[in-house]
Design a binder for this molecule. Structure first.
Ligand SMILES: [Zn+2]
Length: 138
């Protein structure tokens, strides 16, 4: 958590910071970590710490496997987070959660978009602009 905060403070050029767990696999299987929403709770703590240093920085949460997608409705992302969904079926639910906290929206993992942004790395992406219902539904 402190490493994220240190990095965020030293790199004002960074607009978004990823918090992917093990590229989606290899989760700890202890009782606490198996609780639904455990990953989001952990990322929320990271996001809270980052917000103290860089409130403008967007913390990316990856919704990919059941550990990161099956999150009870009462566990919400922090407002400084954007949700990256690998499966479009969970996008609407995440969008509702993001809107509840005035968060930074939802976008879908798309390797063409990633490749595109890599070629234009100096242009910040404004996630709020692509988090509308149209992008979430299709
Ligand atoms: Zn554990």
């Amino acid at each position: 958590m402190e490493n994220y905060a240190k990095y965020a403070g030293k790199h004002p050029e960074v607009d978004i910071i990823g918090t992917w767990p093990e590229d989606g696999y290899g989760f700890c299987q202890c009782e606490k970590c198996r609780q639904p929403g455990a990953v989001l709770k952990a990322v929320n703590k990271v996001a809270e710490r980052i917000e103290q240093v860089r409130p403008d920085l967007t913390v990316e949460y990856l919704s990919y496997t059941k550990e990161t997608s099956n999150v009870p409705p009462e566990i919400l992302p922090r407002r400084n987070m954007a949700i990256l969904v690998a499966n479009i079926r969970v996008a609407t639910e995440w969008l509702k959660k993001s809107e509840k906290v005035s968060g930074r929206g939802v976008y879908q993992l798309n390797y063409h978009i990633a490749d595109n942004s890599a070629h234009r790395a100096s242009l910040p992406r404004r996630y709020i602009a692509c988090s509308g219902r149209n992008s979430a539904s299709g």
